[in-house]
Design a protein around this ligand. Sequence first.
Ligand code: F6P
Ligand code: MN
Length: 327
Amino acid sequence: MTTLTSYLDQHSTSTELNDVITTVTNVGKTISQLLRKGALADILGEAGNQNVQGEDQKKLDVLANDLLLDALAKNTHCAGVASEELDNATPANADGSLLVLFDPLDGSSNIDINMAVGTIFSILPYQRQGQTSENSDFLQAGNQQLAAGYLLYGTSTVLALTITENVVMFSLDPDTGDYVLIEDNVQIDADTSEYAINSSNYRYWRAPMQQYIDELIAGEAGVRGRDFNTRWVAAMVGDVHRILCRGGLFTYPFDTKYAHKAGKLRLMYEANPMSLLIERAGGGATDAVNRILDIEPTDIHQRVPVVLGSKNEVDYVKDLHVNYSEK
Ligand code: F6P
Ligand code: MN
């Protein structure tokens, strides 16, 4: 049996990285336990509400954010933390060599209905050791990530991680509290007939995305010549996990629903870490034209269209967009 601790000892390039990954995944155990207790842990509902006993309720995404922030602030290797939940990055230990970015609770609309949610994280090198970290220190392309992963709190808690060229998966043993290795080289099939998209936004998409989904819906009768199937977890972490397990395409495309935003998902907390996992598992990840991992960020909270998953299908979507813009 290989635990996360022994895996990190054998594969990680630095003890600093090991230590920070251990901090994040330990907090994941606490979040997992809170989710298991559900309503009994007073974690549901909006922050600021009072429960039936008149006590303050803490919404789980605020709680998860605070747990990660507190734990990482105490980690001497962590120079700063950026979270989807916080306007600005929080400096931690100036002598640290690593920056940690996270979406503390992805898919939070799933919490109150007892469905899958997760924590997504990304670790970048810190270039100005000895000085207090600032937002601008985090503005590094995804191809600079030293590690990325997610914790999926589903019917079981699973950790997907990449620190080497491989993507690996661990399952949290609730009896021992150990993350136990279950997959040592996750690979995604290049072809798929399964796709994930929120089709209710159809009228806000660009023409090539509308054409793509029209082709999938036409199925056997259309140009693709075969039927496709839809799955939508409404938590990116769940959809990406399914793709790492059995292939598929996930997209949250550019849409005009959110004025001045290039889609819904965040580059630094969602798109970059998921793209690193997907690419290292043999898949593709693009904003429909460019490789996501090569995008130079200009804002820690910037949004980006996302198309990721089985390589041939991602390339097909990309070709539709490139050919369309060249017309
Ligand atoms: O974090 C944003 C997010 O919750 C993703 O996890 C998920 O894929 C998406 O939004 C769901 O969006 P929608 O509400 O449009 O289904
Ligand atoms: Mn999210």
